[in-house]
Ligand binder design. Structure first.
Ligand code: NAP
Length: 241
């Protein structure tokens, strides 16, 4: 079997209704996985694009929402993709914008990984892929809770890899660069910011959700079995600049 195949595996992707999560779910389906498309919004469009798929309602407004999802059935791959961003000057940033982002982007990621691990550790295998960000490495501007949460995702990816690598679970993250999705609509609509961003990307273009999706398939597949605790930049070269 190809080391890039996901045949016979079940993957759960959060935030699978749109953007990067939808592309990851579809790519994993194409690679042969049965895909559980999880979201707070309907994932019907995504399940319609995949041969073997099902939808699951998950809203991380409650960061413990996935607590009981993994017990009682075999889920081999977890992709923590759901995420939100709030913009304001740090001097004005509200507690609500802090808490909402930290709950979805960090607390929910940790406790979803924990729930997955409780089921996967006894089996001795599993793959976790967290979606980090360039702001796992850089500060950004006017997005303090997002930056804090994504630095946190990189750190959690490493600690969980340290604890679970020898027990058969790979924990890795992808740090997407600037990708064309709802998340970046405001940036692309601002002609000055759009130009400044494009001028800095060595590849000379915004990323596509599929650029991230194929990397996620690699990190879920046997080809990456010796990769643990990595935060892989998929950024058109941004961080190399
Ligand atoms: P997106 O199109 O806005 O998608 C975000 C996804 O997260 C949506 O499915 C959204 O559901 C879901 N979500 C938000 N809050 C949720 C909640 N409380 N419970 C469950 N799901 C929730 O943005 P995207 O660009 O694809 O983002 C996907 C991931 O990539 C995020 O973690 C983001 O931080 C990361 N990322 C994106 C970029 C980029 O350039 N686009 C760069 C770096 C990192 P709804 O549709 O229902 O809101």
């Amino acid at each position: 079997m190809s080391p890039f195949s996901l045949a016979g595996q079940t993957a759960l992707v959060t935030g699978a209704n749109t953007g990067i999560g939808q592309a990851i779910a579809v790519a994993m389906g194409r690679a042969g996985a049965h895909v559980i498309c999880a979201g707070r919004s309907s994932c019907d469009e995504t399940t319609g694009l995949i041969d073997k798929a099902e939808a699951l309602k998950l809203d991380f407004a409650d960061p413990m929402a996935a607590e009981d999802v993994f017990a009682g059935r075999q889920i081999d791959i977890l992709v923590n993709n759901a995420g939100i961003i709030r913009r304001d000057d740090s001097v004005d940033f509200s507690q609500a914008d802090w808490d909402d982002v930290m709950d979805v982007n960090l607390k929910a990621v940790f406790f979803t990984c924990q729930a997955f691990a409780k089921a996967a550790l006894p089996r001795g295998h599993g793959k976790i892929i967290n979606i980090a960000s360039l702001l796992s490495f850089q500060g950004g501007i006017r997005v303090p809770s997002y930056t804090a949460s994504k630095h946190g995702v990189a750190g959690l990816t490493k600690i969980m890899a340290n604890e679970w690598a020898a027990k058969g679970i790979n924990v890795n993250a992808i740090a997407p660069g600037y990708i064309e999705t709802n998340n970046t609509e405001a940036l692309r609509a601002d002609a000055d910011r759009n130009k400044a961003i494009l001028d800095r990307i060595p590849a000379g273009r915004w990323g596509k959700a599929d650029d991230i999706a194929e990397t996620a398939v690699f990190l879920a597949a046997p080809a990456s079995n010796y990769i643990h605790g990595a935060v892989l930049n998929v950024d058109g070269g941004w961080l190399a600049r």
